[in-house]
Design a protein around this ligand. Sequence first.
Ligand SMILES: [Zn+2]
Length: 101
Amino acid sequence: MPPPDFHLDHALSDWPDYTLELRCPCSPRVTFMPVRMLAERGNQPFRAVLEALRCSTCRGKPAPVHLIAGRSRTFMGGASPDWALELVPAPNLPHARGAAP
Ligand SMILES: [Zn+2]
C-alpha cells in the first residue's frame, strides 16, 4: 500500500483511521494514540498536535513519531503496520537505532 498524500497541515479529522505511534528516548515503551481519539479532543492540524506532544514520563518531546495504518504494531518484532510515515525523526541515541521501520 503506497503512502497516502499526507501533509502536516492536514487536520486530524482527515486521517481518522490512522494511529500515531510515539517513542521517547527515555524509555523503550511505545505509545499509540488513535487519531480519531485525538480529533474528538480537538480537531487540530497534525503540526499543532506534534508540537504539543509531551512524554508522560520525562515531559520531553517524543521521537520518533510515526503515523501508521493499523494498530497492531508493537516495538521490535511485532506485526508490521500496513503503512508508516515518520513525522518526527528518531533521535541519534544508541537504543533508538534500528527502531525505525
Ligand atoms: Zn520520555
